[in-house]
Design a protein around this ligand. Structure first.
Ligand code: SF4
Ligand code: SF4
Length: 388
């Protein structure tokens, strides 16, 4: 209403009374609304206090990770493969049933714990957060990273590579593997693994593993990520990709040129690798089934030529997003200067990916503050070049 007309109207007493009544009602409603919102916030905070607990995405999705040697006293499995000395871990027992029951009991104990009672590893872990978790009842992720396992690559950052060609003739190795298979058979038979669970096969190099056929049989019809060094094209894996669109291969390429590949992987066969990527791509049933990872090693593979090379491969083989990671051996013991250098190296690659309309995923080997630093650095680069 025009201000002049309003002033005139309010000079009429009945109109003025009606107007004042409506104004009071509006103020009263406003105050009720504010009180209601304050109460709602208070209830939400109380609910959070009551429901929130410490956890991480690995515990939440009930991960089952066979990581590490199967033939030592410490042989067992866990929710994660965090490079900390005391992560929650269950020993491989005599039977699969005992192993799984002990794992479930450990998870229940953690879910009921306060921070002070958590495993030391969890309490120190950068993945640990307090929030309201919707914890799964079934296992949603299975990772097969048992060792010893053969691999003919020689990555500079490998935690497990060793010359142990006799490993599979030793009784303790065979026994350890049998316990792993028994544990998985029991979990499957009892319906503890969700039908849509994601599986990861990263046993050294699957294509030359003595238990390759048994592992391939175990993961038949599942959604699988095969971590392979791509030294050879495996027809069975190719067939699996064709039949299971949710499965993929993942190659830690860590370079975009033959020279850097040789430096990081210890073998001079970049062309063979690229040819095999092409064969897997041809076998795949959708874009995104070829996955590439780039483990950033400052001063080794953080240059423009390698970044351009890997971007070219992503475009050629329908790679949806480049997984970015760093040397896990340094996750918890970098100096401030090393962390800054890493952030700049990864941020530069992230900016190049964005410029090329390609996606990336920062793996949790970067701490939350490193992840923020990387994204901020990339954004600054893009802004300074007028790309944003
Ligand atoms: S160590 Fe970290 S990632 Fe592993 S279960 Fe504990 S909180 Fe989760
Ligand atoms: S491909 Fe994997 S197992 Fe093989 S050397 Fe590299 S990191 Fe180690």
């Amino acid at each position: 209403m025009n201000r002049y007309i309003k002033r005139l109207a309010l000079m009429i007493p009945p109109v003025k009374r009606r107007y004042d009544d409506l104004e009071n009602l509006r103020k009263e409603n406003e105050s009720i609304k504010l009180q209601f919102e304050a109460k709602l916030r208070e209830y939400e905070a109380r609910l959070y206090e009551y429901e929130a607990g410490y956890g991480c995405s690995f515990i939440q999705q009930f991960s089952l990770i066979f990581d590490g040697r199967v033939d030592t006293e410490n042989a067992g499995f866990s929710f994660c493969c965090e490079p900390l000395p005391n992560i929650p871990r269950t020993a491989l027992r005599e039977t699969g049933k005992e192993s799984i029951e002990s794992f479930i009991a450990m998870r229940e104990k953690i879910l009921a714990s306060s921070r002070t009672e958590l495993h030391n590893g969890c309490a120190e872990c950068s993945c640990l957060r307090r929030e309201i978790w919707q914890n799964e009842n079934l296992i949603h992720y299975v990772n097969l990273s048992m060792y010893p396992s053969p691999c003919d690559c020689m990555c500079v950052y490998c935690l497990y590579r060793e010359n142990d060609s006799d490993a599979f003739t030793r009784a303790e190795v065979i026994e350890g593997y049998e316990k792993v298979f028994d544990t998985l058979d029991y979990a499957k038979k009892e319906g503890l693994i969700a039908s849509d669970a994601g599986w990861q096969v990263s046993v050294g190099e699957i294509t030359i593993h003595p238990y390759r056929d048994r592992i391939m049989d175990l993961i038949k019809k599942q959604s699988v990520r095969f971590c392979t060094n791509c030294f050879r094209f495996d027809k069975e894996i190719g067939k699996h990709l064709a039949a299971n669109p949710r499965s993929c291969i993942n190659l830690s390429i860590d370079s975009g040129t033959p020279e850097t590949w040789h430096k990081v992987k210890g073998v001079n066969n970049f062309k063979v690798i690229v040819d095999n990527l092409a064969k897997y791509y041809k076998s795949s049933s959708r874009d995104g089934q070829i996955g590439l990872k780039y483990i950033l090693l400052p001063d080794i593979n953080d240059n423009h030529e390698d970044y351009s090379g890997v971007i070219g491969l992503m475009k050629n083989y329908g790679v949806n997003a480049l997984d970015l990671s760093c040397d896990v051996r340094c996750k918890y013991n970098k100096s401030e200067e090393e962390a800054k250098k890493l952030i700049r190296a990864v941020g530069t690659l992230v900016a190049m990916l964005i410029k090329n309309r390609l996606k990336h995923t920062l793996l949790n080997n970067f701490s939350p503050s490193e992840q923020t630093g990387i994204e901020t650095f990339a954004e600054e680069l893009l802004n300074s070049s007028g790309e944003n």
